[in-house]
Design a protein around this ligand. Structure first.
Ligand code: FAD
Length: 336
């Protein structure tokens, strides 16, 4: 249980260094970027917490991205993510080293691990944050996240428990800069479990056969909504995306209609994206969609309805039928 009386005993910003098959997840680099800003504002060190089997080689990467210290638990029991094994190991480390702030990516693993850790440590957790700031007066972290179906942004603080914990949406924070050769300290964590403490066993990992898409890294996204009218509309969007070296994405309504897989969804309950160019084709611009793409560098909206809200945030607005506009753009690109 966290010592709720002496909050001053808690120091340092920790980032959960989620790895899969020996590769650091991109969100960790974003958390290290954000964690550095928070650590500087509070005046403390930035640490990464790395769990896995034969993962010690990843510590250099974490130092290069700004970690001052890496807490390492390297053990065959931690090869695959299991809620009990990971939450017990990190929970004990939190109890021993007392970080003030703990950040996790709002990935499938982070969304499972974060709440368990918060319960183990008798503290709170703000899930799915899109902004983190340190209040200069009391140095508490202000955690902002969409609330009430994305209709307002709530700023949440954790007044009298520690650590302050957040899961952070991938693709929202700026990535940390890579500094070749930067070094830090490795602190090895004790990995031991009592009889019956780990209640699950991984028998097999079956990878999804569905096409996977990396929207967060895409520079150009051609996104479609209900205005496509039919699933085949995505073939046209793919033609444009291929011409521009981009990828296709979708609104939730198009996903819900079964036209495209959920992994392509942009928005509050999908992926947050920040490409150089975002084409919104037949997408009305509902607040929940906009929440996931408004930080795109250039937004091009194609919509038959000149009053569609998407035009309020578009840099380039084209009022027209996407089935006429997109072939015309492709034709022009063919001439180049
Ligand atoms: P519509 O709103 O139906 O818009 C279709 C648009 O296409 C219209 O503007 C129309 O004028 C235009 N159009 C029609 N024909 C053409 C044509 N031929 N050429 C060009 N334009 C045409 N939505 C998301 O996208 N992502 C999320 O993550 C998400 N999360 C949500 C979470 C919650 C809790 C809730 C309540 C909702 C969420 N939604 C999300 C749903 C969101 O509120 C909207 O319903 C959804 O974004 C609408 O999708 P759309 O723009 O494709 O469809």
């Amino acid at each position: 249980m966290a010592d709720v009386k002496d909050l001053s005993a808690y120091k340092g910003v920790w980032v959960f260094a989620e790895q899969r098959e020996g590769k650091i997840m991109p969100v960790v680099i974003e958390l290290l970027g954000e964690g550095r800003k928070l650590a500087d504002a509070v005046g403390c060190e930035l640490c990464a917490v790395l769990l896995g089997d034969k993962v010690e080689g990843l510590t250099d990467e974490l130092f290069a991205y700004g970690a001052d210290k890496v807490y390492l638990a390297d053990d065959p029991e931690l090869k695959d993510y299991r809620t009990d094994a990971y939450s017990i190991t990190i929970g004990k480390a939190i109890e021993e080293y007392k970080p003030e702030i703990v950040l996790l990516g709002a990935t499938h693993i982070g969304r499972d691990l974060g709440p368990c850790l918060a319960v183990n440590c008798n503290t709170g957790l703000t899930a799915d944050c899109t902004k983190l700031e340190i209040d200069p007066t009391d140095k508490k972290i202000q955690q902002t996240r969409p609330a009430f179906g994305g209709n307002l942004m709530a700023t949440i603080i954790c007044p009298d428990h520690r650590p302050q914990m957040s899961t952070v949406r991938p693709g929202v924070m700026e990535k940390a800069q890579y500094q070749e050769g930067r070094k830090g300290e490795v602190v090895k964590l004790n990995v031991s479990f009592k009889e019956g403490e780990i209640r699950t066993k991984v028998l097999e990992i079956v990878k999804s056969l569905k096409e996977t898409v990396s929207l967060t890294d895409a520079k150009i996204i051609v996104s479609g909504g209900m205005g496509l009218g039919k699933p085949e509309g995505f073939d046209l969007l793919k033609q444009l995306a291929d011409k521009l070296g981009g990828v296709v994405a979708a609104s939730r309504a198009a996903v819900d209609a079964g036209w495209i897989d959920h992994s392509y969804q942009v928005g509050q309950t999908g992926t947050t994206v920040k490409p150089k160019v975002y084409f919104a084709c037949g997408i009305s611009g509902a607040i929940q969609h906009v929440a996931g793409m408004q930080d795109s560098e250039l937004i091009v909206a194609i919509n038959t309805n000149e009053s569609a809200p998407i035009f309020e945030i578009a840099d380039v607005g084209i009022v027209g039928d996407l089935y006429k506009v997109i072939p015309a753009i492709i034709e022009e690109l063919d001439k180049v």
